[in-house]
Design a protein around this ligand. Structure first.
Ligand SMILES: Cc1cc2nc3c(=O)[nH]c(=O)nc-3n(C[C@H](O)[C@H](O)[C@H](O)COP(=O)(O)OP(=O)(O)OC[C@H]3O[C@@H](n4cnc5c(N)ncnc54)[C@H](O)[C@@H]3O)c2cc1C
Length: 483
């Protein structure tokens, strides 16, 4: 029997798993998809918000500010890209100024450091390309950008390095509680656990309804994006927002940690929890809105579009608590934005205060816990000398697979064989970036298929792009590889 079963391997579930491994506990993460970070964690703005906009006294406000302050340390330990580049909220006319003032005062109450309202001269020193219409801005120096799936993958890896189990392709289909023990029915068999952490993202209400009377609903709210080529990476230096609306933080323009520019999102309530398509109307809306921030945004440099689903809770705030109906069942639900920013703080709170609190003396500290992951080898960032040394030891680092991003075979092999390693083509892309550049895998895709098949000892026909049964090869032509 497990001490804790976590449902969902997004940034929330994996973060909690990692923090639980600071105790001598048996922990399993159950994930219905074939990779970690395959839900909302893979499709968001990737911003570590400073934390000035959630209401004082809310979970969102508290965990955002605490999470932001933890980011530097966590990303250092887990070798995850994080850059504290600051953010601006732009006001385009004097009527927006009171909104900036409200955000400033709310942020100060919440304890956000360094907030200031700045005027056009200073704004243009920070962001020379923003619209001439800008009259003022809220400057938040602690905001940052991060690799969101990178963080979740590294959380999962570190949790596994410290003894946690990850079960992919394992969908939870039913839950009962008998004699202080949860029985989780899954697509790969029954799992027993003392505690259950429900970190199932947009499905957290469906999961809770398996074991208790309905208390909240999670509604999917879609956000779509443009991702621009890294050739225009110097367009903005910071995260640039517009004044917020009732539907959220509005359209932003920001660098990504990988040197692209992200533009989006819109906010649209959708009917089902799998509507992650992009739409002509949605993208057009973003295009028009974003031009307010930068008049000449180079949309012709767009390399891809994508969308993600916010887990909009009926309560309006993050739900982070042990169920009052079912002892030992912990909901971490409705984790919409700023959920990514809050993840490190939510993880510690759920593991230490809730889980260890319930388990009491059963949760003994783990003196062997290692907070650090093994460093990832990023070939293109090495000096020529180090590159040569590496190639002498491991010749596969001399074979460039992805030309756009300069990614070697050695890095791909490592990404497959680490704990929580890649199992799909997009899983490889999220871990070390082949296919994330301008050609979007047009050149390197077939080579990645070959490497995955060889390393996982499966047929190329079994290699999936992303998600269950997303095979991209359907049969052999000309007799296959033998001819
Ligand atoms: C458009 C958009 C923009 C955003 N921008 C930001 C931002 O800039 N900054 C920020 O801080 N936050 C942002 N967020 C919010 C942030 O992305 C989320 O808060 C965070 O990713 C939530 O992580 P999660 O682990 O709760 O959910 P998920 O990543 O969705 O993980 C839940 C997991 O549970 C699994 N699961 C579901 N049902 C089952 C089942 N029955 N059995 C097993 N597994 C199951 C799913 O497959 C999934 O992998 C944004 C969100 C969106 C949509």
């Amino acid at each position: 029997m497990y001490d804790v079963a976590i449902i969902g391997a997004g940034v929330i579930g994996t973060g909690i798993a990692r923090e639980l491994m600071r105790y001598q506990l048996k922990v399993v993460i159950l994930e219905k998809e074939n990779d970690v970070a395959d839900g909302t964690t893979k499709a968001n703005s990737a911003i570590v918000h400073a934390g000035y906009d959630a209401p004082f006294g809310s979970n969102k406000g508290r965990f955002n500010v605490e999470g932001n302050a933890m980011y530097g340390q966590v990303c250092k330990e887990l070798d995850v890209h994080f850059k504290q580049i600051g953010s601006l909220v732009l006001a385009f006319d004097e009527e927006d100024r009171p909104t900036l003032q409200e955000l400033l005062e709310n942020g100060k109450r919440l304890g956000v450091p360094g907030l200031e309202i700045i005027e056009p001269d200073r704004i243009r020193e920070i962001e020379p390309n923003v619209s001439q219409k800008v009259v003022a801005a809220l400057w938040a120096p602690t905001a940052g950008i991060v690799g969101p799936w990178e963080l979740a993958i590294s959380y999962a890896e570190n949790a596994m390095d410290n003894g946690a189990e990850l079960r992919l392709n394992t969908e939870v289909t039913g839950i009962t509680k008998k004699e202080n023990k949860f029985h989780l029915m899954t697509s790969t068999g029954e799992v027993e656990a003392r505690l259950v952490v429900n970190a199932a993202g947009i499905h957290a209400d469906d999961i809770y309804n398996m074991v208790a009377q309905s208390e909240f609903t999670i509604n999917p709210r879609r956000g779509e994006y443009f991702l621009l080529d890294n050739e225009v990476s110097d367009l903005v230096n910071t995260v640039v927002f517009q004044c917020p609306t009732k539907m959220g933080k509005g359209v932003l323009v920001s660098p990504t940690v990988d040197g692209n520019i992200i533009v989006g999102p819109n906010a649209e309530d959708v009917q089902t929890k799998d509507e992650i398509n992009t739409t002509a109307d949605g993208l057009d809306f973003i295009r028009q809105k974003a031009k307010l921030t930068i008049e000449e945004l180079p949309f012709h440099m767009n390399i891809t579009n994508f969308s993600g689903l916010r887990a909009e809770p009926s309560t309006g705030d993050f739900i982070i608590e042990e169920s009052k109906q079912v002892a030992g069942f912990i909901n971490v639900a409705g984790i919409k934005s700023p959920g990514l920013s809050s993840a490190p703080a939510i993880a510690v709170y759920v593991a230490e205060t809730i889980c260890a609190g319930i388990l009491g003396s059963h949760a003994k500290r783990n003196p062997a816990f290692n907070p650090k992951t093994r460093k990832k080898l990023r070939f293109k960032d090495l000096s020529d000398e180090k590159k040569a040394d590496l190639i002498r030891v491991e010749p596969s680092f001399a074979r460039i697979i992805c030309r756009c991003e300069t990614i070697t075979e050695g890095e791909i092999v490592d990404a497959i064989h680490r704990n929580a390693g890649a199992r799909t083509i997009n899983g490889v892309k999220r871990r070390c970036r082949p296919g994330a550049g301008r050609c979007q895998g047009g050149f390197c895709g077939p080579r990645v298929v070959e490497i995955l098949a060889r390393e996982l000892k499966i047929s190329p026909m079994e290699v999936e792009l992303e998600g269950k049964d997303s095979h991209i090869l359907v049969g052999e032509t000309k007799g296959g590889a033998d001819e």
